[in-house]
Design a protein around this ligand. Structure first.
Ligand SMILES: [Zn+2]
Length: 85
C-alpha cells in the first residue's frame, strides 16, 4: 500500500489527518484519501501527477477500491437504519 516519494524515494502517506476524518466523517475521509495528495516526511505535499505513470495507475486502482468500499459501507449503514424502523 505504501508508495515511494518521486523526489527522494522515501515512503509517502496519503495526505489526510484525524481532523479531516472528524469533520467529514468516515465516508468523506475515504473519498479525500482516495483523491487527495500524498505526504512525504522529507518533501511535504506530493501531488499525484508527480508520480510516474505506473505508480499513478496503482494509486488510481487503490482509490477505486477505497471508494467502492465507502459505497458498500454507506449502503450497509442505510440498510441497518432501514432495518431498525
Ligand atoms: Zn520526498
Amino acid at each position: 500500500m505504501a508508495h515511494s516519494c518521486p523526489r527522494c524515494g522515501q515512503p509517502v502517506q496519503r495526505g489526510y489527518n484525524a481532523g479531516t476524518q472528524l469533520a467529514a466523517g468516515l465516508i468523506g475521509a475515504l473519498f479525500y484519501a482516495a483523491f487527495g495528495s500524498f505526504q512525504c516526511k522529507g518533501c511535504g505535499k506530493i501531488v499525484q501527477s508527480e508520480f510516474p505513470a505506473d505508480v499513478r495507475t496503482k494509486i488510481a486502482l487503490q482509490s477505486v477500491l477505497m471508494v467502492l468500499g465507502a459505497i458498500a459501507l454507506a449502503g450497509f449503514c442505510l440498510w441497518l437504519m432501514s432495518e431498525q424502523k
